[in-house]
Design a binder for this molecule. Sequence first.
Ligand code: CMP
Length: 141
Amino acid sequence: MTNRTLAIIKPDAVKKNVIGEIVSQITQAGFKVLGLRLMKISKEQAGAFYEVHKERPFYAELVDYMSSGAICPIALEKENAVEDFRKLIGSTDPLQADEGTVRKLYGTSKAINAIHGSDSDENAAIEIGFYFSASEIVATK
Ligand code: CMP
């Protein structure tokens, strides 16, 4: 699947009350929303989601942060979704991100960076499956 990606609006952006602005920016860039939730995850769930980063020094901080408040996972569809979405959100570090990107507009630091985007087609499929069952994804055909 090369046309889907998973976004997560992170606790900082949910707290700033900018879900609407961010979803609008995403849809204006040509992405279709296939699924959207507002939820809170446990430390265990956050740890499982970010398991690939388990050995990184920032893992504990990342897990604590992602389970600290509400998040908004969004399953998205667009041609070349993974790459185009990463361009739309900008660099991991909001201070390095290009003007107009979601992280530049709403992020604070590498850890508190407003939004997540899948980094590969393979991970997009896994990550969408983490937050959505097949029946929750809108049929697009
Ligand atoms: P995300 O796209 O959710 O994927 C992994 C996350 O780890 C990343 O966004 C950042 O929020 C976080 N991260 C990456 N590097 C660092 C770092 N050096 N310090 C703190 N957090 C980081």
